[in-house]
Design a protein around this ligand. Structure first.
Ligand SMILES: *[C@@H]1O[C@H](CO)[C@@H](O)[C@H](O)[C@H]1NC(C)=O
Ligand SMILES: *[C@@H]1O[C@H](CO)[C@@H](O)[C@H](O)[C@H]1NC(C)=O
Ligand SMILES: *[C@@H]1O[C@H](CO)[C@@H](O)[C@H](O)[C@H]1NC(C)=O
Length: 465
């Protein structure tokens, strides 16, 4: 075993056995001094640092950590899905921030369940697998450096480096035990759900708990291996609406940014079953969860998007706009379409020329979502939603109208109702933005909405010239 060069004061690695703990306390002290000089060297060479930034290696890919403020997304940074992303036309840079949740209903129970993931500073729901892998690698790296730092500072920890192998083994076993616990719980839950002796309530409770576990990527993979995924897919055509609802919920959670589950689920017939739920008469709660699962299925999965278009999925979604009582689904549907369109756009202008991405670009090329959206009359369906009263809803609709502008311009220019709505919205947001400014908020939410509206109005007018 060689001692890590990081804390080795000598030019060459030295076998651990040749150093006593006391030697290493010394070497650590020297290491500290060394680190300091290296850091100040780095600061002096500021120019070098920025060059390194432009010259990104795929392995250096970073995850963008969003806040509620707009932040520039640097080339190569992985942007979690579900963020507000905009292109700053002045700088040509992409910017992103967390969506403003102030108007969104939050399900407390759900939030609590998600806490464990949030504590890891990672929301598996909003990353692609690649992004997640990178984030995890980064986290591990960080953990490593953090623990190294602590060990440096602590004599006790230094001693632990010389623990007998038996002790280490024991620790690993304990670690493995912990990993097995999730698996064991999932086995029990799957059996509960699958058992013919379980009551309906017990089955629902089992699904409810499973939803929590399958959020984690590794758990979702185990869920797949245990046969749970197929059981849940079969549950989508149960005769009990409440089972359908919870089956869709578990499926959506397992699918989220988990390519392996996405592939297995589409092969297991999940897409057709979800579309059947959405196309037939079902309680709103069932359709809501089915739409959630469908969204998780389609995001970052061009193959599924293509199948969705082929199976007439866009028609199915459009028909929901004709159904009474489905209003709460409207904005979710528009958000899904927006995300899918943006996802393709961002990939197309991505500068990363990895082979894997190249293949993805080819797949996305076959997904002709925007032409289908225009052809099937979505331009008007979407812009009509500007009449809804919630700011949050309007914000999403405005964003969608903007990205569809090139494709829908002809329709929008002849749309008298849209013309009226935009004029009214402009007046409303001029007032709100002014108020916001009086309160000292110069970069406020309403100002942003107003600027969105003005941009759309301008783009429509410029077409007249
Ligand atoms: C579900 O139950 C059936 C019948 O008891 C059994 O054959 C099957 O293996 C079970 N599936 C899973 C995933 O446990
Ligand atoms: C759902 O449909 C599949 C076939 O598509 C069938 O094998 C399964 O038994 C059905 N499940 C229920 C609960 O009806
Ligand atoms: C609405 O139409 C009128 C002409 O009918 C035009 O003058 C006005 O600029 C339009 N408004 C918008 C927001 O496009």
């Amino acid at each position: 075993v060689l001692i890590s060069p990081l804390w080795n004061p000598l030019p060459h690695p030295v076998p651990v056995s040749n150093l006593s703990p006391l030697d290493c306390i010394l070497c650590i002290q020297q290491e500290f001094a060394l680190t300091k000089t290296e850091e100040s060297d780095l600061k002096e060479e500021n120019g070098k640092e920025s060059v390194a930034e432009d010259d990104l290696d795929p392995e250096d890919l970073e995850v963008f950590y969003p806040t509620y403020q707009w932040q520039t997304v640097r080339p190569g940074q992985a942007v979690p899905a579900g963020l507000h992303v905009r292109l700053n036309l002045q700088t040509g840079e992409r910017e992103a921030r967390l969506p403003d949740n102030k108007n969104e209903k939050s399900d407390m129970k759900y939030q609590k369940k998600r806490k464990r993931l949030d504590e890891m500073h990672i929301d598996s729901n909003s990353f692609t697998a690649q992004e997640l892998k990178e984030a995890l690698a980064k986290m591990k790296e960080k953990e490593k450096t953090e623990s190294t730092m602590e060990e440096k500072a602590n004599l006790e920890d230094v001693r632990q480096r010389f623990r007998p192998i038996e002790e280490l083994k024991k620790e690993f076993e304990e670690l493995n035990m912990k990993i097995e616990t999730d698996l064991e719980v999932m086995v029990k839950l799957i059996n509960k759900f699958n058992s013919s002796t379980s009551t309906l309530d017990e089955k629902v409770a089992a699904l409810y708990d499973l939803e929590y576990y399958v959020h984690q990527v590794d758990n979702a993979k185990d869920f797949l291996s245990l046969g749970g995924l197929q059981l849940v897919i079969n549950g989508l055509n149960s005769t009990e609406p409440v089972l359908k609802e919870h089956a869709a919920f578990v499926l959506g959670a397992a699918l989220s940014s988990n390519p392996r589950v996405q592939v297995e689920a589409i092969e297991g017939g999940a897409l057709q079953k979800l579309l059947v739920i959405l196309a037939t008469e079902q309680p709103l709660a069932v359709k809501k969860k089915a739409l959630f699962a469908l969204s998780s299925m389609l995001r970052h999965f061009p193959y599924a998007q293509l199948q969705f278009l082929k199976l007439g999925g866009l028609h199915v979604l459009r028909n929901l706009f004709k159904e009474k009582g489905m209003e709460t689904l409207y904005i979710r549907i528009v958000t899904l379409l927006y995300d899918l369109i943006v996802e393709k756009m961002l990939l197309e202008d991505s500068e990363n020329k990895e082979d894997q991405l190249e293949e993805k670009v080819q797949q996305y090329k076959q997904v002709n979502l925007v032409p289908a959206v225009v052809e099937q009359g979505w331009c008007g369906i979407i812009s009509n939603l500007l009449a809804l009263p919630e700011h949050d809803t309007r914000e999403k609709v405005l964003k969608t109208v903007r990205i569809l502008m090139a494709a829908c311009r002809d329709k929008y220019q002849g749309d008298y109702a849209l013309n009226t709505t935009l004029s009214m919205l402009r007046i409303e947001y001029e007032e709100l933005a002014a108020e916001e400014q009086r309160e000292g908020d110069n970069d406020g939410y309403f100002k942003e909405l107003l600027s969105s509206i003005n941009t759309i109005i301008q783009e429509l007018r410029s077409g007249y010239l």
